[in-house]
Design a protein around this ligand. Sequence first.
Ligand code: FES
Length: 171
Amino acid sequence: MPRTLANNTKTTPQECTSRRGLIKTIVYGIPLLIGGTLAASIGNYLFGKQRAAPKDSWADAADISDMRVGEPCRLQFERAVVDGWNVRSKASSAWIILDNERRVTAFSPQCTHLGCAYHWQADKKLFTCPCHGSAFNVRGDVVAGPATRPLDRYATKLEGTRLWLGPVQKS
Ligand code: FES
């Protein structure tokens, strides 16, 4: 004999079972869906492809076709910086010198004493630092202290006339 509800609506046992199944599916399915999504996100964070660290990234810095040989010039360029999930552009600079064989040397713009910005003095043919008086020759070697290390250099590569600057390498 089929069950009757209070309002005298008849329902079969099969209908009760399917309604109970639907409720069970909802009760167990939603937490499983949330858990699965969380697990996938955590797995992607822990084992997913890592983004390149900012210090390892290369920047398309300049066209060197108009550069004069042997004359240092200050170059400003933009470098991509990865900050969590954001990739932003950061202004950077370098002192670059082109030699007769079209090889480029690119110095980091900070003095190796305490990190001040130095400048090229064409009349003396030296990079001089205004903070404590260090001086470096065109190859980046120390000519006057207190700095004890040569200038640090960027990794460089040329693609046609485009100069690419990589990470700074300590001297
Ligand atoms: S920071 Fe350049 S000499 Fe001290």
